[in-house]
Design a protein around this ligand. Structure first.
Ligand code: FAD
Length: 448
């Protein structure tokens, strides 16, 4: 059995930032147990069609505002290559099923209508929550393909247009796409290098254990015992759990004694968003690549059906790669079918937009975040109207077991910087707790 002061479950950005804070504050005997064979979690690079693509987080969101985004600072420190993404033009590149682009006026009107309707919906929800009465003016739901497409973009992507979100308010509205051979994940390796022993870019420190799937966390008055799938047993004074909200909702991890009801109910109440970027490689580029054309939209009568497209020529010129983003039910549907089936559907959509003579894709990459038992979804999505108590309960420690991860970030849940800041917060809180218990120790010994 191996022992440590603190065991951290998970080596995503929150687990790594939590470990770094502990080590830098003198708690050197930490142990990070990671289920997979790599660090990074939902920040993951894979080579596809000769370029590195980001299967998980791709953007540094929230740049150029009054405060500096800490992930942007890390990116600058480690010279991460990025390119500016301008989403605002997407709404003027909306294709119908016959390949015609909607005139700018119609697109702008539909966009305004969708924003107004979303604001009304929010107000009516707020009114319902505070007075229990249904508002007099109710928003109309989107019906036509263009309305459905814009509704999808607003709610499944931007949302900021409807409800100002802290990322944009605090850090600014600019977004930068990571386009670096080393991948977004190099930020985690660089951070790890600062407190773990590494050689030639490999982490050789035995305080990081890969391929360790934690199944049980057992706590008593004296400490915590952690058991993994391969039968290993670890002991510590405290544990920090950084597994995603989707994993906490699943039965992968069990707690002894079981977590209290206020905790399990809060965990089950938080929604999980599934967000899937599908990559398609082509022998040549057949889509418009001029200024303002990085993003384009397909308007279909089924909401979210291969709606949001991006080309990768800005990030990697000559890569001939398109990315289409699906969410929730569409993501789950596509995860359940073969990649060839998905390629056929995507090709039929592209032929609607660009004509029947376009070349067939030569390769496809479909990440499966929903079926990944170490993720069970892409990121947390707190209900539009939820009181702060829900988040506080998800975040609160239970005895010696502490919780971190993007889903515990009060202002930035769902983002890389949310995970990064949550890791720091949780460790600072734990350090305080450790200090208190050391102060109490002599007192306890005296009374015993
Ligand atoms: P994770 O990265 O999930 O880390 C948790 C770790 O715990 C994982 O490594 C997992 O393997 C491990 N683990 C789980 N269970 C166990 C177990 N039982 N035992 C041991 N280890 C375990 N954010 C942005 O800011 N910008 C974006 O553009 C963006 N796009 C995204 C696109 C997609 C497709 C996805 C999936 C996410 C995106 N995000 C984006 C969100 C961002 O990636 C996450 O918020 C952030 O990376 C979460 O970090 P984390 O440390 O909280 O969790």
């Amino acid at each position: 059995m191996s022992t440590a002061s603190v065991i951290i479950i998970g080596a995503g950005i929150s687990g790594i930032s939590a470990a770094k804070v502990l080590v830098e504050n003198g708690v050197e005997d930490v142990l990070i147990l990671e289920a997979t064979d790599r660090i990074g979690g939902r920040i993951q690079k894979q080579n596809f069609g000769d370029v590195p693509v980001e299967l998980g987080a791709g953007w540094i969101a929230g740049v150029g505002g009054k405060e500096s985004n800490p992930v942007w600072e890390l990116a600058s420190r480690f010279n991460l290559r990025t390119c500016f993404s301008d989403y605002t033009n997407a709404r003027f590149n909306i294709y119908d099923r016959s390949g015609k682009i909607f005139p700018t006026g119609i697109a702008a009107d539909s966009y305004k209508k969708a924003v107004d309707s979303a604001i009304l919906k929010l107000k009516s929800l707020e009114a319902q929550c505070s007075s229990g009465q249904v508002a007099e003016e109710t928003p109309s739901s989107p019906k036509t393909p263009i309305e459905l497409a814009i509704d999808f973009i607003l709610h499944d992507f931007e949302m900021a247009e409807v409800e100002p979100i802290s990322t944009y308010v605090d850090f600014g509205e600019r977004e930068f796409l990571v386009a670096d051979e080393r991948g977004y994940e190099c930020l985690l390796y660089k951070m790890a290098e600062e407190f773990l022993f590494t050689s030639h870019g490999n982490i050789l420190d035995n305080r990081l254990k890969l391929n360790q799937v934690v199944r049980e966390v057992q706590q008593s008055r004296n400490g915590v015992v952690v058991k993994t799938e391969d039968g290993s047993v670890y002991e510590a004074n405290y544990v920090i759990v950084s597994a995603s909200i989707g994993v906490l909702q699943s039965d992968l991890l069990s707690f002894q004694p079981p977590l209290p009801r206020w905790k399990t109910e809060a965990i089950q109440k938080c929604d999980v968003m599934v967000y899937t970027k599908i990559f398609l490689k082509f022998p040549q580029c057949f889509w418009p690549c001029g200024p303002g054309q990085e993003f384009f939209i397909y308007a279909h009568e089924q909401r979210g059906y291969f709606t949001f497209w991006q080309h990768m020529e800005n990030a990697y010129p000559g890569s001939n790669i398109l990315v289409v983003t699906l969410t929730n039910e569409q993501s789950k549907r596509v995860e359940a079918q073969s990649d060839q089936e998905t390629m056929k559907e995507a090709m039929s959509v592209l032929r609607d937009m660009f004509g029947s003579t376009i070349p067939y894709a030569t390769d496809i990459l479909v990440p499966r975040w929903w079926n990944n038992r170490f993720q069970r979804g892409s990121y947390s999505n707190y209900p539009m109207i939820s009181d702060n108590q829900l988040l506080q309960n998800i975040k609160a420690p239970v005895g010696r077991v502490f919780f971190t991860g993007e889903h515990t970030s009060e202002k930035f849940s769902g983002y890389v910087h949310g995970g990064y800041l949550a890791g720091i917060d949780t460790s600072k809180y734990l350090l305080e707790e450790m200090k208190q218990s050391l102060l109490l120790q002599p007192l306890l010994n005296f009374t015993e």
